[in-house]
Write a protein that binds this ligand. Structure first.
Ligand code: PAF
Length: 282
């Protein structure tokens, strides 16, 4: 396994081992790797001869300083996990300086409104930060395929939009959510939960599954009301938002339309730790 800390070294190495025909798979992460990330690596290994994983906690996508400070940083353990998948993975673990060159700010993006929904409303500037880092990483790695987990479904749609608008020659691939046995979606932030909180957080996916059932016969408004009530009864959890939205536009479902694919999205606080999840309502 090769580890690069600077883009110059990574770019020269990739140039020395690839040509325009080489399929390069890329898995961008912020580390604190779990099985979900490793499944992205396995997918990338199936489809590409070269696979790069980046590990970089991107400061410009955090709208909350405490969340950034407390974000788990576990590089040694992450490298062991990557090795357990394959020793062929190329790791890029840069410093903030290597990426931002002394100017740690976001570019502003227009994602045709995708950025104004859900996470965009509650995390101002978040998607400008995501767009900035993903664009930079794509320019450095020049991947053929890039892999993102569907847990951050809004992020996935936004990255697809960005590459389409900037005409970047990369195929963005969404991969299924990995869950703990109790249904909790795997997330690096789960490392900050106590064992009891992890157990109790099963309510998030359980509620999503029930919401899916209810949506078969009820309106989005009625389902949303039911979800709000469910969380009001659980004082350890604070619901930030629950929204049923069209998968393509991410606009809220006001009246059901058979030709559209809907998805439920949720963000919940457990003891100041913010967890998100999503489920297809098809
Ligand atoms: O999903 C993440 O971990 C991050 O948002 C990403 C895509 C690696 C950009 O920092």
């Amino acid at each position: 396994m090769l580890i690069f800390n600077t883009q110059n070294e990574l770019v020269s190495y990739l140039a020395s081992i690839s040509n325009t025909e080489t399929a390069i798979g890329f898995v961008p992460t912020m580390g604190a790797l779990h099985q979900g990330h490793l499944s992205l690596l396995s997918e990338a290994l199936k489809q590409n001869s070269v696979v790069v994983m980046s590990i970089f906690v991107n400061p410009t996508q955090f709208n909350n300083a405490e969340d950034l400070a407390k974000y788990p940083r576990t590089l040694e353990a992450d490298l062991e996990k990557i090795k357990s998948v394959s020793d062929k993975i190329i790791v890029y673990a840069p410093s903030v300086e290597d990426i931002y060159k002394g100017n740690t700010v976001s570019q502003h993006f227009d994602f045709d409104g995708l950025e104004n929904q859900m996470e965009g409303q509650f995390r101002p500037g978040h998607f400008d930060g995501v767009g900035t880092i993903v664009k930079s990483l794509f320019e450095i790695v020049k991947p053929t395929h890039a892999y993102f987990g569907e847990k951050d479904f809004q992020q996935l749609q936004i990255v697809k939009k960005m590459t389409e608008k900037a005409k970047m020659p990369v195929k963005v691939i969404g991969c299924p959510i990995f869950r703990e046995p109790n249904g909790l979606a795997m997330s690096s932030r789960n490392e900050r939960l106590s064992e009891v909180e992890k157990k109790e957080a099963a309510i998030i996916y359980k509620t999503l599954k029930q919401a899916k059932q209810l949506f078969a016969t009820q309106s989005a408004t009625a389902v949303t009301k039911w979800v709000k009530k469910t969380f009001e009864k659980n004082p350890n959890f604070t619901l930030e938002y629950f929204q049923i939205a069209d998968e393509a536009s991410l606009l809220p479902c006001l009246r059901k339309n058979k030709s559209k694919k809907y998805r439920a999205f949720i963000a919940v606080f457990v003891n100041n730790i913010r967890l998100i999840d999503t489920i297809s309502l098809k």
